[in-house]
Design a protein around this ligand. Structure first.
Ligand code: ZN
Ligand code: ZN
Length: 264
């Protein structure tokens, strides 16, 4: 059994709860400790029962609450060596025992959960995506990536639950108020995936085993949940896939727990 829940998603902060029968962890902690505790309480999880925290990369929308969570609940933090170097003390004082290194590409176990990491092209040191395996079920999680390499597509294929970013609508971004250098950064190969790119990737990654697709990390200013959903649904339908029949497509909420999914 694997359970996932998006606690917060988007450029204003990200955190994902992942649990099995024996393991309980967070992937990223980009909102305050108080909001994280409140989000966990809302889904019936006592934050004191968490085991550890995994960090995908050092951007603030993924780590701003990590130090406080580690200190308050005694959580070891797993991050790549590059991410630890980039965080460079920003998490505040941590006991050495809480600073754990995880591979940029590899596999390790935590209780009954097998965690696989794979590199993502993004403008932060050693950004990673994750696969979580338990009891024959797999969850894939990839946000904050400028494009999808064949290697990443390979990791996403056959997951029972696919969590992928659909960050922006290209027209909204290009016509919006962001300064040009920021628009260029988001559109670049080390920025974020557009709705259209996410739709194409999901169409290619979709497999008979896929039960849930979660669109994540939506931009507050350059996207709308309904637009991201419509773009992905129409691409999937064009490709002959039938959303709603074999699999469901969800959009992660920005500020409150959403997409609480249990694969058994
Ligand atoms: Zn981010
Ligand atoms: Zn980022």
């Amino acid at each position: 059994m694997i359970e996932v829940c998006m606690l917060a998603s988007g450029s204003s902060g990200n955190a994902v709860y992942v649990a099995t029968e024996n393991a309980r962890l967070l992937v990223d902690a980009g909102i305050s400790g108080r909001r994280l505790a409140s989000a966990l309480n809302q889904i019936g999880v006592d934050p004191a029962t968490l085991d550890c925290l995994l960090v995908s990369h050092d951007h603030n929308d993924h780590v701003s609450g990590a130090g406080i969570m580690a200190r308050r609940y005694g959580l070891p933090i797993f991050a790549t060596v590059g991410t630890w170097q980039a965080m460079n003390g920003r998490l505040g004082p941590l006991l050495p025992h809480y600073e754990r290194a995880m591979p940029r590409q590899g596999r390790f176990s935590h209780k009954d959960l097998v965690i696989e990491t794979f590199p993502l092209p993004h403008d932060a040191a050693d950004t990673v995506g994750f696969l979580f395996h338990c009891g024959g079920k797999t969850v894939a999680l990839a946000t904050d990536l400028g494009y999808v390499t064949p290697g990443i597509l390979d990791r996403l294929q056959n997951a029972n639950c696919l969590i992928l970013e659909a960050n922006h609508d290209e027209d909204m971004l290009l016509n919006g108020t962001y300064p040009w250098p920021l628009k260029k950064r988001i559109l670049s190969n080390s920025g974020h995936l557009s709705n259209k790119t996410a739709a194409k990737v999901l169409t290619n990654a979709l497999a008979p085993a896929t039960r849930h697709i979660v669109l994540a990390h939506l931009s507050e200013h350059n996207n709308l949940p309904a637009l991201a959903l419509e773009t992905v649904l129409s691409e999937l339908e064009c490709a002959g896939c039938r959303p709603g029949k074999n699999f469901a497509v969800h959009v992660a909420s920005r500020h409150s727990p959403s997409c609480h999914i249990r694969l058994a």
